[in-house]
Design a protein around this ligand. Structure first.
Ligand code: SAM
Length: 263
C-alpha cells in the first residue's frame, strides 16, 4: 500500500518511523511518504494561509499550494485497474473514523492524507480533488484538534496494522475490541496472584470451551457497562442462545433482529 501525507509540519509524522508501522515501512509493506505543503508554494514567504472570505476569526489554508501538492501525489501510487486514490481529509466535520472504515481503507492501493491547520482548507480544494480522488472528510471524534496530523497518526496506525503482514500474528486482530461490534474481554498475565488480586480461576482451568464462554460473557458485560450504544447496533441474528441469555440477564430485550435496552 502507498500512503502520502501532506502537512505543514512533516516532522509531526516522525512517529510513523517507530514500532510496527516503522518496521512495515522498512520491510516494504507500507510505502509511506510525507510531504511539506510549503514546498508547493511559489512566494518568498512560502505562504499557505490567508484571511477568510466573509470575515471571522482565524485563517484558511489557500487552495493553490494544496492543488499543487495533491496533483504531485495523485499519480504516484501503483493504482491498478484505474482505481482512483482515496484522499482522506481529517476534519471534525467529517464522518467518524471507525474500525469498519479502517478495514475498508486497508483494502486500498493508495491513500493520501491532507492535514489541515488553522480553520481548515479552502472548500474548493475538496471539489477540485473530487475529479482525481475519492475524497473522504473523516473525523477522529467529536472534538477539535489543532491540526490533522494527530488524526493521521491514529488513522495510519489503525489502517496500517490491518495490511497483511504488518502485525506478525493475524489471529491477534480477530478478537479485538470493535472487530465484532463488542469490546474485548479483560486480559491478564503472570503472576496469577498480584497484590492480593487473583486472576479469575476459569482462566487457569485449561478448559478452553469454558474460557471462551467466560470471555464472551465478559465482552457482553463490558460493552453493556461502557458502550451500551454498541449493543443496540448489533445484528441480533448473529447472537447465540447463550449470548441472548447473558444479555437478558443484563437487562436487555433481544428480539429476532435487535438488542434493546429495557426501560
Ligand atoms: N474550523 C474547523 C471546524 O470547526 O470544523 C476546525 C479546524 S481545526 C482547528 C484544524 C484542523 O485540525 C482541521 O482542518 C483538521 O485537519 C484537524 N482536526 C481538528 N479536529 C479534528 C478531528 N476531530 N478529526 C480529524 N481532524 C481534526
Amino acid at each position: 500500500m502507498r500512503i502520502d501525507v501532506v502537512s505543514i509540519f512533516p516532522e509531526y509524522l516522525a512517529a510513523l518511523d517507530l514500532s510496527l508501522i516503522g518496521k512495515a515501512r522498512q520491510d516494504g509493506l507500507l510505502d509511506l511518504n510525507v510531504h511539506d505543503l510549503r514546498d508547493f508554494t511559489t512566494d518568498r514567504h512560502r505562504t499557505v494561509d490567508d484571511t477568510p472570505y466573509g470575515g471571522g476569526a482565524g485563517m484558511v489554508m489557500k487552495a493553490e499550494p494544496w492543488a499543487q501538492a495533491l496533483a504531485s501525489v495523485a499519480g504516484a501510487g501503483n493504482d491498478d485497474g484505474g482505481k482512483r486514490p482515496v484522499l482522506i481529509v481529517p476534519s471534525p466535520a467529517g464522518a467518524v473514523f471507525t474500525q469498519a472504515m479502517a478495514y475498508e481503507l486497508a483494502e486500498e492501493q493508495h491513500l493520501v492524507f491532507a492535514c489541515g491547520r488553522y480553520e481548515g482548507i479552502d472548500e474548493r480544494v475538496l471539489e477540485w480533488a473530487g475529479e482525481r480522488f475519492d475524497v473522504r472528510p473523516v473525523s477522529l471524534g467529536d472534538y477539535v484538534l489543532n491540526g490533522g496530523e494527530v488524526a493521521v497518526l491514529a488513522m495510519v496506525e489503525a489502517i496500517g496494522r490491518l495490511v497483511p503482514g504488518v502485525v506478525g500474528n493475524p489471529e491477534s486482530l480477530v478478537e479485538e475490541s470493535h472487530s465484532d461490534g463488542l469490546l474485548e474481554y479483560p486480559v491478564y498475565t503472570k503472576p496469577s496472584s498480584w497484590r492480593d488480586r487473583n486472576v479469575p480461576d476459569i482462566l487457569l482451568s485449561g478448559n478452553h470451551g469454558k474460557i471462551a464462554q467466560w470471555r464472551r460473557d465478559q465482552q457482553l458485560q463490558r460493552t453493556a457497562a461502557r458502550r451500551p450504544d454498541l449493543l443496540e447496533k448489533i445484528d441480533a441474528q448473529q447472537l447465540s442462545k447463550a449470548d441472548r441469555a447473558a444479555l437478558q440477564a443484563l437487562g436487555y430485550e433481544v428480539t429476532a433482529d435487535r438488542v434493546l435496552r429495557r426501560p
